[in-house]
Design a protein around this ligand. Structure first.
Ligand code: SF4
Length: 380
């Protein structure tokens, strides 16, 4: 969303006494309060308020969907809700970042395994309780799935800045490129171990020819390696949308999405729907790809139509098979998950592993909650 007049947007806030926008934020950032300060041009104070609760405040402002504060905004009942995430990002830009201050250090030390949003949330919380932290990350960079978000939505400079701000202190040691498999050994060395391993397994269609498809994480890491004129994407969530818009931005002429349910059921925002229109992305809704074949002129997809049953579940319709061909490649963008059966028992977990990591702000909150329970002695 592009806001041309921020003052005007701040002035639309009704200052609702019950602060529904604050209650809707997984991190309890208060738009009510920071907007009140921004209205008085007190951007520094406003930014401090946000950063006290949110370790990645501008990042969240840039990528938060409209299902939290914006959905709760009372102004939406009058005309349109405030563009709160954009306002948050702008306040951080104008107000700058407060210096991170921590209480006196205690003798406790924790290990966090996984440097995605949940791990960073846990780190933020532990530091605020005086703990020392060793943060282990299997990749070469911190940020986890945030790194897959295309640059047009989230500048990696902002992400890197916010992560560096968080880890640049003498109580945090980061071990990059370090795969930990023996969690029990770590438990003997630390006062607490928090596992934030993210989503390790891609969702698949379970169809013939699936091996011809490109996983979304591979595609989003280096989209310019996979240029094509006509491509297919299976999936209807944010990740699929990121793939579709990235492909268009990389010059792909025809991008087609295959979505199991109805277009209005896609797990994307109203704004994202407009982007689909704007970029001319073709959405085959109520459609599933049931087979992929490699042919000399590109991939050939067999698709079927679905109907929704009374519970909203997509049911394949008989005799609706259709062959579509000439695709340069197909991206599989159904998301990922952490298999329940693989979750190590007896450990504190946060983020996607715990089922609370869907959006970055939720993963941050999940990490904070898990760490807080350790610090306050509650059973996580
Ligand atoms: S709900 Fe909307 S209008 Fe009300 S205080 Fe929050 S941001 Fe302002």
């Amino acid at each position: 969303m592009i806001i041309t007049d921020y003052k005007k947007e701040f002035s639309r806030c009704l200052g609702c006494k019950l602060k529904p926008c604050e209650r809707a934020c997984p991190l309890q950032v208060s738009p009510h309060d920071f907007i009140a300060l921004a209205k008085q041009d007190k951007y520094q104070e406003a930014a401090r308020l946000i950063a006290e609760k949110n370790p990645l405040p501008q990042t969240c402002g840039l990528i938060c969907p409209d299902i939290f504060c914006k959905k709760a905004c009372i102004r939406g009942r009058v005309d349109a809700p405030l563009e709160i995430p954009c306002l948050q990002a702008e306040v951080m830009k104008r107000g700058g970042y407060p210096i991170l201050e921590f209480p006196p250090s205690c003798s406790k030390k924790a290990a966090i395994i996984g440097g995605g949003a949940a791990g960073l949330g846990a780190l933020f919380e532990l530091l605020h309780h005086g703990w020392h932290v060793d943060l282990y990350e299997k990749n070469k960079f911190l940020g986890g799935a945030l790194r897959l978000i295309p640059d047009y939505r989230l500048s990696k400079d902002i992400l890197d800045f916010e992560i560096n701000r968080l880890i640049s202190n003498n109580r945090t040691t980061v071990f990059l490129d370090t795969l930990i498999t023996d969690f029990s050994a770590l438990q003997k060395q630390y006062d607490a171990v928090i596992l934030c391993l993210g989503e390790i397994r891609l969702r698949t269609l379970g169809i013939n020819g699936e091996e011809c498809c490109l996983p979304y994480d591979k595609y989003l890491k280096s989209p310019r390696q996979y240029l094509g004129k006509k491509i297919a994407i299976s999936g209807g969530g944010e990740v699929a949308l990121d793939c579709a818009l990235t492909a268009k931005r990389c010059g792909c002429e025809q991008v087609e999405m295959f979505v199991r349910r109805r277009r209005e059921d896609m797990r994307i925002t109203a704004l994202d729907q407009q982007e689909l229109e704007k970029f001319g992305i073709i959405v085959h809704d109520l459609s599933s790809v049931v087979e992929v074949q490699k042919k000399p002129h590109g991939l050939c997809l067999s698709t079927i139509k679905n109907r929704l049953d009374e519970n909203g579940k997509a049911i394949p319709c008989d005799n609706t098979i259709c062959q579509l061909d000439g695709y340069d490649f197909m991206v599989q963008a159904l998301g990922a998950y952490y298999p329940k059966e693989l979750i190590p028992q007896g450990f504190i977990i946060a983020g996607d592993m715990s089922g609370h990591g869907g959006m970055a702000v939720q993963a941050l909150a999940s990490g904070r909650v898990a760490a807080k329970k350790i610090c306050t002695g509650d059973k996580p």
